[in-house]
Design a protein around this ligand. Structure first.
Ligand SMILES: [Zn+2]
Length: 379
């Protein structure tokens, strides 16, 4: 293990950077990106901190070594999920080494990745770079994806190829589903149950809307199928419902929350437009109002079947690319014309859990793999 790897790994974990839609526990990622800017500037990288337009206390970092077209982007997020220290057997905001593992919040998902990148690049920087190497460290991946969203809005051209170091056990990943989480609220009018004409029943409207949603699910599942996924069709899950208050009162309002997991080829905008078009005539028929709103902006599906990077990663790791059940910033990087693959150290099984760790046996293979990628695309 390189001498300063363990030190930087610890420093990154010691700077809490929780992101959450719950503003009471949401934190800035600035200390993390500022530390990364310092250490990569010391190595000769040109570092730029880009504050998020809608949250200027958070920032993305772009650190560039070399110049020109092409090049390689090593990307990751600098935030973590919220944590409950009482459930951890070690301090989540420090690195604890035991049993061949480095424990701590963000060890695998994924601040630890930047310490590995830092270790990997150092022996190569004395060589002549034909194409740039870019370290991209984003904000807010775990909550809103606003960091990646801001990059797309700014239209920042980065390198041609991008590896996102999310924990995949060092196996290349070239597809994941997209996700929408939505809320449907139906507003009718309550009244005495003895006479249906005294109100407009939100629950009855919702009943028909749910039937339409389940029919829509069947249609989607006939239209889209991808055998690369364990669940090879899009899903739509009715998650929770609340409405009404009394058996003898006409139900005045009703709210449903559901998610949709989209296959590559589906776009969140289209899915939402289709759902809205299904709901409108039902609402009109029942003479109710409805609002259909996202619970978060949503994340698009990802697939990359053809890129040069895919072939190189499969060859270097000896593993065929696979799909995963979690979302990443890959669709955003693709929008910036990057040939993108997800490939990083550690295991997603321990991410978002107490006692998250990175196995030490991932460290040297990851450093070697990153060095091979840099040689292939930058030297
Ligand atoms: Zn992650």
């Amino acid at each position: 293990m390189p001498a300063d790897f363990r030190h930087l790994f610890g420093q990154l974990l010691q700077l809490p950077s929780v992101s959450s839609a719950n503003t009471a526990i949401d934190m800035s990622n600035r200390p993390v990106v500022e530390l990364l800017a310092t250490v990569f500037t010391d190595l000769g990288f040109a570092c730029e901190l880009l504050p998020l337009p809608n949250q200027p206390h958070k920032a993305n970092l772009i650190a560039t070594f070399g110049s020109g077209p092409g090049g390689l982007v090593l990307a990751g997020h600098t935030d973590t999920v919220p944590f409950n220290a009482a459930l951890w057997s070690v301090n989540p905001l420090a690195v604890t080494e035991k049993d061949g593992r480095l424990y701590g919040l963000g060890s695998s998902d994924m601040k630890g990745f930047f310490a590995l990148v830092h270790a990997a690049v150092q022996p190569l920087l004395t060589q002549k770079f034909k194409a740039p190497l870019i370290i991209l460290a984003t904000a807010d991946e775990e909550s809103s994806m606003d960091g990646a969203r801001a990059l797309v809005q700014q239209g920042r051209a980065l390198g041609r190829h991008a590896v996102i170091g999310e924990p995949t056990g060092l196996r290349p990943v070239n597809r994941h589903k997209g996700i929408l989480m939505e809320r449907l609220h139906v507003q009718g009018q309550s009244g005495h149950s003895s006479n249906p004409a005294l109100g407009r029943n939100a629950l009855e409207a919702m009943h028909d809307m749910i039937a339409a949603l389940l029919q829509f699910r069947s249609t989607l599942q006939q239209r889209y199928r991808d055998p690369h996924f364990a669940i090879d069709v899009p899903t739509l899950n009715l998650g929770c419902i609340h409405g009404g208050d009394n058996p003898n009162r006409i139900c005045g309002h009703c709210a449903l929350e559901f998610d949709v997991r989209m296959l590559p080829g589906m776009q969140s905008r289209e899915v939402r437009t289709d759902i809205r078009a299904l709901l409108e005539p039902i609402a009109a028929r029942h003479r109710v109002d409805f609002t259909f709103t996202p619970l978060f902006a949503g994340a698009e599906a990802f697939a990359n079947d053809n890129g040069e990077l895919l072939r190189v990663c499969e060859q270097l790791t000896g593993h065929s690319a696979q799909s995963v059940a979690f979302g990443t910033e890959a669709p955003f990087l693709q929008q910036l014309n990057m040939d993108t693959i997800v490939l990083g150290p550690g295991s997603i099984d321990v991410a978002h859990q107490p006692d998250e760790y990175m196995a030490l046996d991932q460290v040297q293979p990851c450093i070697s793999l990153l060095q091979s990628l840099i040689r292939r695309f930058c030297l």
